[in-house]
Write a protein that binds this ligand. Structure first.
Ligand code: ADP
Ligand code: MG
Length: 271
């Protein structure tokens, strides 16, 4: 691990592959009413890597995501983005993060304004920047949507296509980090595979660092290099995907892996 989060040196453009881009330490989040959603979570996401977070519904995954994106504040611990503590920054000081880190959520209908045309949805994060139309065309092409998609509205697309629109919008500000929170969970298995392959390709093409969150172990196995397994607000195990899936150390991970079909199995059963 190079350059700890608190070494105080501003990084220049020569960062070596694999340095820590996002780091959380002893993260706690207790919601009003006393729900301890996170009880001391620590992990590092290295630049250019694909970091998976798996765990049952309610284990705290989306809470982690909101804290990584500074959409919420921890009740304990720290979140560091490229050497800067972001967990207690005020909204007006978070502009840099909003550009550099983007999230794709599960439900595109909930995050796409039904009254806006696709081109305006995609270019909204760009403000009034020049070259917007060209950028929209580029993004539509990158996510595999036809050029005339920009003139249409979200309801005119299928679930998978709407997720492509969300991805195009997330990529518009040229983020370094893309977080996918159950981004393919609502899609049927064939479309799920297509969107995963798309994310996989885009991650390479745009040198993205990905944080891939899913209750579906098969999905994370397909796209990630490293994985953290969460249970009741804690990480029970983390490491390279091959180690965690093929030789799980905790009984809990073992039971999750045993219960989870791989995406390949599910696909072959459909044939
Ligand atoms: P996951 O994404 O793994 O399903 P979440 O992070 O959404 O889990 O939720 C973790 C726990 O925190 C759950 O028990 C959930 O009910 C609770 N929780 C999530 N958000 C809130 C909130 N805004 N207020 C109170 N409890 C919450
Ligand atoms: Mg969630």
């Amino acid at each position: 691990m190079t350059g700890g989060p608190n070494d105080g040196e501003a990084r220049t453009g020569t960062a070596t592959d694999g340095d820590v881009l996002v780091s959380v330490r002893d993260l706690e989040r207790t919601y009003r009413g006393g729900v301890e959603a996170l009880r001391g979570v620590s992990f590092d996401v290295r630049r250019g890597s694909r970091f998976g977070i798996v765990g049952e519904s309610g284990s705290g995954k989306s809470t982690v995501v909101r804290l990584l994106a500074a959409l919420d504040r921890p009740t304990g611990g720290s979140v560091t983005f490229d050497g800067t503590r972001i967990d207690h920054l005020r909204d007006r000081d978070l502009g840099f993060l909003r550009k550099r880190l983007q999230i794709v959520f599960q439900d595109p209908m909930g995050s796409l304004d039904p009254r806006m045309r696709v081109r305006d949805i995609i270019s909204e994060p760009l403000g009034r920047a020049r070259g917007r139309d060209e950028r929209v065309a580029e993004l539509l092409d990158a996510v595999g949507l036809p050029g005339d998609a920009g003139r249409k509205y979200p309801h005119q697309f299928s679930g998978g296509q709407r997720q492509r629109i969300s991805i195009a919008r997330a990529l518009a500000p040229r983020p370094e980090v893309l977080i996918a929170d159950e981004a393919v969970s609502a899609l049927d298995v064939l479309v799920r595979k297509q969107i995963l392959d798309l994310l996989d390709r885009l991650a390479g093409e745009f040198s993205l660092t990905m944080v891939f969150v899913s209750h579906d172990l098969g999905v994370v196995r397909r796209v990630c290099d490293e994985v953290a397994v969460m249970r009741r607000g804690e990480i029970v195990e983390q490491g390279p995907v091959a180690d965690v899936y093929d030789a799980p150390r905790s009984e809990y991970t073992r039971s999750l892996v045993a219960a989870a079909p791989t995406l390949e199995t599910v696909l072959s059963e459909k044939e």
